[in-house]
Design a protein around this ligand. Structure first.
Ligand SMILES: Cc1ncc(COP(=O)(O)O)c(C=O)c1O
Length: 279
């Protein structure tokens, strides 16, 4: 498309499609404030990582931001999903429809809650459920559906799939890990169904050393608080995570990545592709 300046000028030449498509995107930069890092280390050492006033304040702020009644934090989105399914009181073995682009851990979370994950083909145009596929897959033992929103998009097939789920009384759990802040007609994603879940793991939209949440109506969220499983992760895991994140920051920085990491990764890709895949 011609630039505005060229359009205004009669006979103005359009720039080449290549120069038009080159847009400078700033690299992602994560900022850590020293007092927050120190506070995180203090809570890891003292063991009150997943309790205490800060966690409660965060839960309240999250609920306020999305305009829902309540929120409870968990060790990750996978735990949030297992808790949400347990809290919704579905018969054991109920089918849960989900798109196959979900991380494998989300499939395992459905199993951990005693339900049966059913992976259904997604619509390649919307990267979301295809209404016709969902309608075919929704046999009587299917009782819930997971909406996984990807890349911050509000899928064009959201309305028909939501309407179908409501019509068939399927419980809807929305995973907004990749779509925090996205809205449809003024309503945030995550508040359209029965419960919302989110991941706060490293390099997510809202990222932390690891964590997640379930949010929605107070009665349901209260049931999620006690719906397990959520054994506190070992403290050593957080220290390893901190080391990993710092190593990631240094190794992918502007000096080490082009001079050292990129040639190394390329050489590994040729010499030992299996090892690279495992890393
Ligand atoms: C959309 C989505 N849901 C769930 C997860 C899993 O989150 P967690 O690691 O917090 O269990 C991810 C992580 O990559 C994700 O992208």
């Amino acid at each position: 498309m011609p630039r505005a300046a060229d359009r205004e000028r009669p006979g103005g030449r359009s720039p080449s499609p290549l120069s038009e498509s080159l847009v400078k995107v700033p690299a992602v930069q994560t900022y850590y404030r020293v007092p927050e890092v120190l506070e995180a280390l203090r809570s890891i050492v003292s063991g009150d990582l997943s309790a205490g006033d800060d966690v409660r304040r965060f839960e309240q702020a999250w609920a306020r931001m999305l305009n829902v009644e309540a929120c409870t934090t968990t060790a990750g989105a996978r735990v949030a999903l297992a808790r949400a399914l347990r809290a919704l009181d579905l018969p054991p073995g109920s089918g849960v429809l989900m798109t196959p682009i979900n991380p494998a851990e989300m499939v395992e979370a459905v199993r951990a809650a005693g339900m049966r994950p059913i992976l259904v083909d997604m619509d390649p145009a919307t990267l979301f459920h295809d209404p016709q596929v969902v309608a075919r897959a929704a046999r009587p033992d299917v009782r819930a559906i997971l909406f996984t929103y990807l890349y911050g998009l509000v899928p064009a097939t959201l309305d028909p799939v939501l309407a179908f789920a409501k019509d068939r009384e399927l419980l809807v759990i929305e995973d907004i890990s990749q779509a925090i802040g996205a809205e449809v007609r003024g309503r945030p994603l995550g508040t359209l169904g029965d419960l919302g879940i989110v991941s706060f793991s490293s390099f997510k939209v809202v990222s932390s050393l690891g964590g997640g949440a379930v949010f929605g109506p107070a009665v349901r969220v209260q049931r999620c608080r006690t719906a397990g499983p959520d054994a506190a992760p070992p403290r050593a895991r957080f220290l390893v995570l901190i080391a990993k994140i710092l190593a990631h920051q240094v190794l992918t920085g502007p000096i080490l990545y082009p001079t050292f990491m990129f040639p190394l990764v390329r050489a590994l890709g040729v010499a030992a592709p299996d090892l690279l895949e495992r890393l």
